[in-house]
Design a protein around this ligand. Structure first.
Ligand SMILES: [Zn+2]
Length: 120
């Protein structure tokens, strides 16, 4: 019934551009804060940023994944995404994590509730 429900059902790209140049996905968020393309259908498990990147650039090469150069997870701007071999992406991520010393490590710790925006 809500507008929020509506765009998820239509399965259209839903994002807005912010002044920093990021395109922030507002369609459907999956685990870890990455955008989800849709909540149902064959593309349901795909990250929104991957789908948008493929629209512009074609399929992501096998064994590669898209690294966010801007480190903004919900960002889907293809210009900010860099296809890198999975191993390197992991490595980069570790470096970034160590550097920032983020506390409360991601995975299932449930600390993400607090930084939700009130989307009412
Ligand atoms: Zn970005």
């Amino acid at each position: 019934m809500s507008a929020r429900h509506d765009y998820a059902e239509r399965e259209l790209p839903a994002f807005f551009a912010v002044p920093s140049g990021c395109w922030i996905w507002i369609g459907w968020a999956g685990r870890g804060g990455y955008g989800r393309w849709t909540k149902r259908g064959p593309d349901r498990k795909r990250h929104a940023h991957v789908v948008v990147w493929e629209i512009f650039n074609g399929p992501v090469p096998d064994g590669y994944e898209l690294d966010h150069l801007c480190r903004v997870r919900p960002c889907v701007n293809p210009a900010r995404l860099d296809p890198v071999p999975k191993l390197i992406n992991l490595h980069r991520r570790n470096l970034a994590n160590g550097w920032r010393r983020r506390s409360g490590g991601g995975r299932g710790s449930g600390r993400s509730r607090g930084d939700r925006h009130g989307f009412t």
